[in-house]
Design a protein. Structure first.
Length: 142
């Protein structure tokens, strides 16, 4: 999984927490604890898909443009990270004359695909509002 998923979820939860307030990429980056350029890249993806609205220029920033009760983490994972569970390199070689070496990549591909499906199913049970509520519970327990 890549950090874009975490940045996207964090940003959406932050905007859901203050739905009537515009947040600049610098403000979001400070809250996420990352560089504003990384936030802008993720926010551009979220904007393109209609999750956030943006106003450019002085006084500009991002606003939540979706219902946090309806947006699931599965949607955000598909947008930012689909396919990231599978590593970029797999062991083995189909050309080798060894049962293990010539089949390992295919078997591992099926395993990673199944793992990603389960991850997406789990993320489908969580909305942006659910994450915000968990954050509130964490804060109350301190």
């Amino acid at each position: 999984m890549n950090s874009e998923f975490t940045i996207a979820v964090h940003s959406l939860v932050l905007l859901a927490y203050r739905p009537d307030h515009m947040a600049t990429s610098d403000m979001i980056a400070h809250n996420v604890c990352t560089h504003p350029a990384r936030v802008r890249k993720v926010m551009a993806m979220l904007r393109k898909q209609g999750y956030v609205a943006a106003k450019e220029g002085i006084g500009g920033g991002f606003l939540l443009h979706c219902n946090p009760d309806e947006v699931t983490l599965a949607e955000i994972y598909r947008l930012t990270s689909m396919g990231s569970v599978k590593p970029g390199w797999c062991s083995g070689d189909e050309e080798q004359d060894c049962m293990i070496a010539c089949n390992m990549a295919t078997v591992m591909d099926h395993i990673f695909s199944g793992a990603e499906k389960q991850l997406i199913d789990y993320f489908g049970q969580w909305t942006i509002r659910d994450v915000l509520e968990q954050v509130r519970k964490e804060q109350q327990s301190k």
